[in-house]
Ligand binder design. Structure first.
Ligand SMILES: NC(=O)C1=CN([C@@H]2O[C@H](COP(=O)(O)OP(=O)(O)OC[C@H]3O[C@@H](n4cnc5c(N)ncnc54)[C@H](OP(=O)(O)O)[C@@H]3O)[C@@H](O)[C@H]2O)C=CC1
Ligand SMILES: CC[C@](O)(C(C)=O)C(=O)O
Ligand SMILES: [Mg+2]
Ligand SMILES: [Mg+2]
Length: 331
């Protein structure tokens, strides 16, 4: 049984009298910094001179400095810049400014697990990984809710690493939803697998294939968009609320019969075999090596695919439909 923590298990006072540096102010960075600040934590933001995030963080009322200065000033340093840039920043600005008893924190285990960052033994190293996008970590917190977090301790130099991690997770709102104890290895491998095979790669490929099948058969692209893309969230909201059972209670019996007959024809044994291959390539480091190399040679595949994907019909049709929705007015 997984070990879970909730608000009653977390003591925010483990961050009292401590300064937390949030390095990076993007999707996760803005959410962690603002949620912690509103939870009463002393937060600073670490960026680089010329960063486009710098004025945005300052406008939100946060004290901003370079990553090196923020590391010097803080007791807890949470690295929230892009995974592929973390090793270089650590080497240049963070590592040289760490001292015994500080804590280094991550929201994803990639750089520790794949040994791109090797911290000194006299500091705490922990992870608080929200299981959701940064903008949702922020909006859920503002609504009095939270996104579940995974926590893990890689090094416990002070003896308090887990207590500090739980306080941090509570400070960003995770304890309202549930905090699950894990390891850097489990978080890294499951997160990479989930985003590639299911949440991002799997879902977009499924929506695209459905959209294209309908359009190629002569149906209106707008109709295909509503059916295979827009409605996805509405169906998933029901799963989120009450599981597959509640979704199947809400949909028609016709849809439920089609779900049972056709689902296994779309996601077949072959698909599961490929999923296992994807997982193996994550576990044996092939994916990490490819991603690091892709960055070292200027991201040719990433950039070309991003351009092609952003120009596809599904995107242009969807943009037009979303702009005409009543709640989009004035945006
Ligand atoms: N996105 C998400 O929802 C999730 C992300 N994570 C993890 O969180 C971490 C952060 O990812 P994410 O929030 O997506 O990152 P983003 O790409 O959204 O933001 C990166 C931020 O880092 C800044 N930055 C880039 N390079 C440097 C540098 N050299 N020095 C200082 N600041 C720098 C950027 O500034 P500028 O604006 O100038 O580019 C920007 O503010 C990653 O480890 C990721 O795996 C975990 C869970 C979910
Ligand atoms: C699903 C993608 C994610 O893992 C996340 C939002 O949890 C990420 O790396 O952004
Ligand atoms: Mg994730
Ligand atoms: Mg991820």
């Amino acid at each position: 049984m997984a070990k879970m923590f909730y608000e009653k298990d977390c003591d925010l006072s483990y961050l009292s009298g401590k300064k937390v540096a949030v390095i990076g102010y993007g999707s996760q960075g803005h959410a962690h910094a603002l949620n912690l600040k509103e939870s009463g934590v002393d937060v600073i933001v670490g960026l680089y001179i010329g960063s486009k995030s710098w004025p945005i963080a300052e406008k939100a009322g946060l004290k901003v400095m370079t990553a090196a200065d923020a590391t010097k000033a803080a007791d807890v340093i949470m690295i929230l810049i892009n995974d592929e840039k973390q090793a270089a920043l650590y080497k240049e600005s963070i590592g040289p400014n760490l001292s015994a008893g500080k804590a280094l924190a991550f929201a994803h285990g990639f750089n520790i697990h794949f040994k791109q960052i090797i911290p000194p033994a006299d500091i705490d190293v922990f992870m608080v990984a929200p299981k959701g996008p940064g903008h949702t970590v922020r909006s859920q917190y503002q609504e009095g809710k939270g996104v579940p977090d995974l926590v893990a301790v890689y090094q416990d130099a002070t003896g308090n690493a887990m207590k500090i991690a739980l306080a941090y997770a509570a400070g960003i709102g995770g304890a309202r939803a549930g905090i699950l104890q894990t390891t850097f290895q489990e978080e890294t491998e499951t997160d990479l697998f989930g985003e590639q095979a299911v949440l991002c790669g799997g879902v977009t490929a499924l929506m695209k294939a459905g959209f294209e099948t309908l359009v190629e058969a002569g149906y209106q692209p707008e109709s295909a968009y509503f059916e295979c893309v827009h409605e996805m969230k509405l169906i998933i909201d029901l799963v989120n609320r009450g599981g597959l059972n509640f979704m199947r209670y809400s949909i028609s019996d016709t849809a439920e019969y089609g779900d049972y007959c056709t689902g296994p024809r779309i996601i077949t044994d072959e698909t599961k075999k490929e999923m296992k291959k994807v997982l193996t390539e994550i576990q044996n480091g092939t994916f990490a090596r490819n991603w690091i190399l892709e960055n070292q040679c200027g991201r040719p595949f990433f950039n070309a695919t991003k351009k092609k994907e952003s120009e596809q019909m599904l995107e242009t049709v969807g943009k037009d439909l979303r702009e005409k929705m009543i709640w989009s007015e004035g945006k």
